[in-house]
Ligand binder design. Structure first.
Ligand SMILES: [Cu+2]
Length: 168
């Protein structure tokens, strides 16, 4: 083998090696970039969840209102103003609708994932957490006399959620 051919083979080998290494770096770069995109889009999803998701309405911080005997909150922009609260047994809670669309308050029950009929005003009972539809400015009150957790929702908009924990 002549020295020229040997030198050519070595040179080709070096060129191929450099090519492979360079290619690997580029690939790594692309993967990293992809990862970055994924991460940032995940981040955006989290952000929009934080502001708009209905799940968030029920997964927020519990507000401790055990020092109050009367609690009132608005229903506004398809949300209960204080979605998660803790109250003392015997507390009366009043919801007032501020939306042009009618809302109500109804304790969690079977098949409540789809919109369903709320009780009529005549069907509302003082010991059952299930209120009639409220037009703008109307209120519904319920006195919580039993210790326990009371998840509730809006009948026509079941994604509107809240919960009331009653303690001794
Ligand atoms: Cu509603």
């Amino acid at each position: 083998m002549s020295k020229k051919i040997t030198a050519l083979i070595i040179l080709s080998f070096i060129l191929v090696s450099v090519g492979v290494v360079f290619g690997a770096f580029q690939l790594a770069g692309i993967l990293q970039a992809k990862d970055g995109i994924k991460q940032s889009s995940n981040h955006d999803v989290t952000n929009s969840d934080g502001h708009h998701s209905s799940n968030d309405q029920a997964s927020g911080v519990v507000i401790d209102l055990t020092s109050q005997s009367k609690v009132s909150m608005d229903i506004k922009d398809f949300k209960y103003e204080k979605p998660k609260i803790k109250i003392k047994k015997g507390t009366i809670v009043t919801w007032t609708n501020q939306d042009a669309i009618q809302h109500n308050v109804m304790k969690e029950h079977d098949d409540d994932d789809t919109p369903h009929d709320p009780p009529s005003k005549d069907e509302v009972k003082p010991d059952v957490l299930a209120g009639q539809l409220l037009s703008r400015g109307e209120s519904y009150s319920f006195t919580f006399n039993e210790v326990g957790n009371n998840p509730y929702h809006c009948s026509p908009h079941p994604y509107m959620k809240g919960s009331i924990t009653v303690v001794e």
